[in-house]
Design a protein around this ligand. Structure first.
Ligand SMILES: *Cc1c(COP(=O)(O)O)cnc(C)c1O
Length: 466
């Protein structure tokens, strides 16, 4: 692409992005396409000859964009709502242009050092002590896998050379509300399904610590080795908060690795009154926080903090000759902290976000999200036909219609079908509930009031049509 052409299309693309971000609220959040809609609209084979950017961009605008679910829409309340903020997008664009690969310090010195700086800044913002060393991964799924790989190194020092075959069985414990990525990590690390023991939760969906104690004691008697405990601060279904301080006591007592999954909730620790909920998380061996969840950073960006980074390095460091360099003893080689050799320059967008918002800016926005979530929960509580199904600590509210699963689910489907707002559902103790997740910077109290109107109307229609 000749320089003048690149400049022209870069400007055109920047204009398109600005317009998109300014008007995304006017688009349907979810456009209800039928599966296969795009595949059938595009050629089955790549073009033989290069096409013009005008054609490519036209198809992007006319075919691709209408088939997206718009996560940047202010009425996107599904999954965990997120934001690609302006500063984050700029950092991401520049990272794409630079295209550096921070495998080792030498392969991109500033990218390696900026990762140290930003993870250190974020660590201070959320109030974790200096012993935690941070590294950026793509997702929390990877971060948790790496943390548990380090836990396996600690529990089975001989397995590093001998492998897991012939080793005593091991177990990793997490609440029944833990994220599926934890079980995936357990399977990937070779412990099998039986290597994962789920612990019941109390009425607030928080891990029952006495049940955890009993499970570990029972396993130890049976000759099963406790390998790791995963506590969640902000579970996926209900944003429940496990009592991490008490869990840390148990982890210490048994000498077991404690990993804290704060992928969504962790960013909220920037707000002092929220951080109080996380009492004891500084005692964990490892903690994962996703800035791409609730810290306005475009996906992907997951920070893994580890008090014992040398165990991560022990689990993953293999240095082929072509990657050795004179300064490797005094610098970090980020390739040593996980599976990926090549790594995108993710620190850049996080650095842009932390600088552009500042601690006060981040605090104010997260506080607002928590406040409007609580306000929504109060409105639902006040309505006889609806109920809030879990305590609201963060920015996620789970609700259901008293008429039951069918009306609840259908009311949600009806709202999603309207394109005006987007919600997702889950199952709590066998009941269908709607999740309203707030995390987008453009979401206001009015957007929340509007989706509440839509939900009530939809439920009333379902009941009258039944
Ligand atoms: C979102 C989430 C995950 C998974 O995060 P990815 O980055 O998509 O892998 C894991 N745990 C919790 C608690 C989450 O909220």
């Amino acid at each position: 692409m000749p320089e003048d052409e690149f400049r022209r299309y870069a400007r055109e693309t920047a204009d398109w992005m600005s317009d998109y971000l300014a008007t995304v609220g006017d688009l349907p959040v979810f456009s209800s396409p039928s599966p296969g809609f795009l595949t059938s609209a595009l050629p089955r084979e790549a073009p033989d000859h290069g096409e013009s950017m005008d054609e490519v961009l036209r198809d992007f605008r006319e075919l691709v964009v209408p088939g997206l679910t718009h996560w940047n829409h202010p009425s996107f309340f599904g999954y965990f709502s997120i934001t690609a903020s302006g500063p984050g997008i700029l950092g991401e664009m520049l990272a794409a242009a630079l295209n550096v690969n921070a495998m080792v310090w030498r392969s991109s010195p500033a990218a390696t050092e900026l990762e140290d700086v930003t993870t250190n800044w974020l660590r201070q913002l959320v109030g974790l002590p200096e012993v935690f060393e941070g590294v950026i991964n793509d997702t929390a799924s990877s971060s948790s896998l790496y943390a548990l790989a380090a836990a396996r190194e600690v529990a089975y020092p001989e397995a590093h050379s001998a492998g897991m075959f012939g080793m005593p069985r091991g177990r990793i414990y997490a609440s029944e509300e833990a994220h599926s990525s934890i079980e995936k990590a357990v399977l990937t690390l070779g412990f099998g399904r039986e290597g994962f023991r789920t612990i019941p939760t109390d009425e607030a969906f928080s891990m029952d610590v006495e049940a955890l104690r009993a499970a570990i004691a029972e396993d130890v008697v049976a000759g099963i080795q406790p390998v790791g405990i995963v506590a969640t601060l902000g579970t996926t279904s209900a944003a429940a908060v496990d009592p991490v301080d008490q869990i840390a006591d148990l982890a210490e007592e048994y000498g077991v690795w404690l990993h804290v999954d704060a992928a969504y909730g962790g960013s909220a620790a920037v707000v002092p009154e929220v951080r109080a909920l996380f009492q004891g998380w500084d005692r964990a061996d490892s903690v994962v926080i996703n800035p791409h969840k609730w810290l306005f950073t475009p996906i992907d960006c997951s920070v893994l903090y580890c008090q014992r980074p040398e165990m991560l390095v022990r689990a993953f460091s293999i240095v082929p000759e072509y990657l050795t360099s004179a300064e490797q003893a005094e610098t970090r080689s980020l390739m040593d902290y996980g599976i990926s050799l090549g790594r995108r320059f993710r620190a850049l967008k996080l650095w842009f976000v932390l600088r552009a918002f500042g601690r006060d800016g981040i605090r104010a926005r997260i506080r607002y999200h928590v406040e409007i979530a609580r306000h929504f929960a109060e409105l639902v509580e006040a309505e006889e036909e609806w109920e809030v199904t879990a305590p609201v600590h963060l920015s996620l509210v789970t609700i259901r219609h008293v008429a039951g699963d069918k009306v609840t689910k259908r009311a949600m489907d009806r709202v999603n079908g309207s394109g005006e707002a987007f919600l997702t559902h889950t199952d709590l103790r066998g009941q269908t509930v709607i999740r309203l997740a707030i995390g987008n910077l453009k979401t206001t109290r009015d957007d929340v009031l509007h989706v509440w109107d839509l939900l009530r109307e939809a439920a009333a229609l379902e009941i009258s049509e039944d």
